[in-house]
Write a protein that binds this ligand. Structure first.
Ligand SMILES: [Fe+2]
Length: 378
């Protein structure tokens, strides 16, 4: 066999994809000190100019600012992330050392998200929103989560909620889930910015791309036969769980995913049919082997997630306690900031508030909250 013939054979094999390895871990980007400085300066300038990242005048110019002001390398990575749904795209990027967090200025972690001081968090809102802006994607809020509660949510372990499968929980593993799997108009992109994680809690990620091309188990997940109850953030009195949908959708070889292990498999209220339950369990048995659990976020790290490709969760932990040299000592409790975004406000207009196209009023799979009634109650 001649050398050139061998080369052609090698090329053919690589083009056929037979030696393709599915992505098993997120892309990790080490942010340089220069990039970090630029980002800090931008947030200072924008804070002075607009006061709040919620200012509609700021949000309306978000994409312009993202491409003008963010370090070029970071803007390019995010712009590419917004359109890469390929077999090799894991669906999550870790930006290590994106910002410096002044722990003293941040002060003690409040007891729950309800007591978070957003004046202290304002500059982080500008930074997170710019990253979404570079995708480009628009920060939104969900009535289903904290009745809106602003474009960025402080995620803080809350003693009263410690056993729950919510961001405020801590004592149990938070099973991997795509955000708001009970909505048709769930977030497209999510950012998780860690202000502190002294307890060294690993973040879990699971990408549907880690399975490789769709197999027989996955094919069944395209059938619209699965239920997903609303999550533990709700007081569920009524049963609105009769709506069924698929877990996988989009491209038939390299699909998107809407999945919540805790709500769809482990919650008895899901009331799946035997066929749906069997398929979900088979799928989960494969999926859980693919969970990436080896990243422990540090203060200033941000995870940026495509919510249609990659699910997220975290390990159980004791809030406010860390181990140093084998000894257990007290520490400040974990604190994280979450922002969610949609790439098109036009496509979700049928579920957004009449007076606020950034506020999504979907309650459960296409069913809406009554906006007039909700206004009276709040
Ligand atoms: Fe979540």
């Amino acid at each position: 066999m001649t050398e050139s013939f061998q080369l052609v054979e090698v090329l053919k094999e690589s083009l056929s994809g037979s030696d393709f390895c599915p992505p098993m871990a997120p892309l990790i980007i080490e942010v340089t000190p220069k990039e970090r400085n630029t980002i800090t300066n931008i947030s200072d300038i924008l804070s002075q100019a607009y006061g709040s990242y919620e200012d509609p005048k700021y949000i309306s110019k978000l994409h312009l600012y993202a491409f003008q002001l963010l370090p070029e390398r970071i803007a390019k990575i995010l712009s590419n992330f917004g359109t890469d749904f390929s077999r090799s795209q894991y669906g999550a990027i870790v930006f290590r050392g994106l910002i410096d967090v002044d722990q003293e200025a941040l002060g003690p972690t409040p007891p729950s998200w309800q007591e978070a001081d957003y004046n202290k968090l304002n500059k982080y809102g500008f930074i997170a929103s710019l990253l979404h802006g570079a995708v480009p994607s628009k920060p939104v809020q969900y009535y289903a989560q904290r009745k809106g509660g602003g474009l960025m949510h402080a995620i803080i372990p809350d003693k009263k909620m410690e056993q729950t499968q919510t961001g405020a929980g801590s004592k149990t593993d938070l099973f991997v889930h795509t955000e708001d799997a009970f909505l048709f108009n769930q977030a497209d992109f999510i950012s998780l910015l860690y202000l502190r994680n002294e307890e060294n809690v690993p973040s879990s990620l699971y990408s549907v791309r880690s399975h490789g091309e769709v197999n027989e188990v996955m094919k069944k997940m395209f059938n619209p036969i699965y239920k997903c109850p609303k999550d533990a953030n709700f007081n569920i009195n009524e049963t609105t769980d009769e709506i069924i949908t698929s877990v996988l959708y989009g491209n038939e070889k390299f699909p998107f995913i809407r999945f919540d292990a805790a709500e769809q498999i482990y919650n008895d209220q899901a009331n799946q049919t035997p066929e749906a339950f069997k398929n979900l369990t088979d799928f989960w048995n494969d999926a859980k082997k693919l969970i990436y659990n080896s990243f422990i976020p540090d203060s200033g790290d941000l995870i940026f997630v495509n919510n249609h490709i990659c699910a997220h969760g975290r390990s159980a932990f004791d809030a406010g306690i860390k181990k140093v040299d084998g000894k257990i000592i007290k520490c400040e409790r974990r604190q994280m900031l979450r922002m969610m975004s949609k790439t098109s406000l036009i496509n979700i207009r049928d579920v957004t508030h009449t007076d606020d196209p950034y506020l999504i009023m979907e309650e459960h799979y296409g069913k809406l909250f009554n906006e007039n009634q909700q206004k009276e109650n709040t």
